[in-house]
Write a protein that binds this ligand. Sequence first.
Ligand SMILES: [Zn+2]
Length: 450
Amino acid sequence: MSTLLIRDAAHVETFDAADRVLRDASIFVRDGAIEALGPAAALPREADRVVDARGCIVIPGLVNTHHHFYQTLTRAVPGTQDVELFDWLVALYPVWARLTPAALRSATTVACAELLLSGCTTASDHTYLWPNGCRIDDEIAVARHIGLRFHASRGSMSVGQSHGGLPPDAVVEDEASILADTQRAIETFHDAEPFAMTRVVVAPCSPFSVSPDLMRESLALARSYGVHAHTHLAETLDEERFCLERFNCRPVELAEDLGWLGADVWHAHMVHPSPAEVGILGATRTGVAHCPTSNMRLGSGIAPIGALLAAGARVGLGVDGSASNDSSHLLDEVRHAMLLQRVAGGASAASAREMLRLATRGGAAVLGRDDVGYLAVGMAADLAGVRLDSLALAGGAVHDPLAALVFCRPNVDFTIVNGKPLVEHGAFTTLDIERVVAQHNELARALVSA
Ligand SMILES: [Zn+2]
């Protein structure tokens, strides 16, 4: 039994069903779950561990619904900076083919660290190539060591260039091995219990890198274990053309044909659904990971988030991989989501609160979690705090603390996951970040220049 007290927060945004805002409030945590929250004077004053939240705004921990951790090794690589998705992939596949277990572990560390510093407490990763002995075990071990709540996707690619796919043959796997290793990952690591720190996701990469058979088999495997299924879909117009030429249907029609719709499925991007397809996604409660920075970086387009939400789709935010963002700053993603919707729909198209809701409750719904995403008694103690007197918020938080978080985009002062402070006073409690970055830079240089 261990207790934690987040004491005397100036401002708590619960994002509960009533959107309650508490002032001068504390949060008492026992064994990783919120036992009480309310006026500081009504709560205990002491606990095994105390986080001083005076002068801070506290929000639910953010939930990241799409990432490729390994890409933190290939940010801003010359030759990939100014091209669209297919050219970008073709340039990077041979580099990623040299990924090693040590590099994957380092990349996972870097991505988790960046996410934590932006207030993220639950993250999904989608790794879809496993060269040179890399395994999902490498990522899960790192996430557990750091303490981030982690949904690990066992991704895959099976159709190489010699069979009309986009990736080189060297980075694809045979389908029997993919399914066998995915089953192993589920049986070894997936935890279906409330407050789970590790869940496994089945995640073939995209229509242009796996076969329809593997899509069907992957979904059947996921459903037989009650785990969620994830892929990329409707990201670019090139992909739409590929699907029309190869399968004689649009990407969402392909997903429908393959059974890839429903409350246990989520798709990254969904930039180009037709109005009818938006209706299908909504009616089936299919999930969408909106990745606005990546969509801007690759010039992919603007996802119709308002229409998807209005239709009933579950929508969360994702930073996407670090080779197309090139940051894992989830609060930055909230800001970009707000701004990009405004490019398409005008200044009232998206508010700070609406977009922060996507990054909290929205992301939790996309990942199929009812124990994170808002602050209430009985929920997981996953939360983040930002000093209202920080430089980034100067002249903003005094007017509207919540809006300032999104418009001004600070780093956090503390991040707590499962009742454990992983960032305190803006620094990591479980990581020697200078050593991590030095090692990562060596690995990144070796990977790209080999
Ligand atoms: Zn992606």
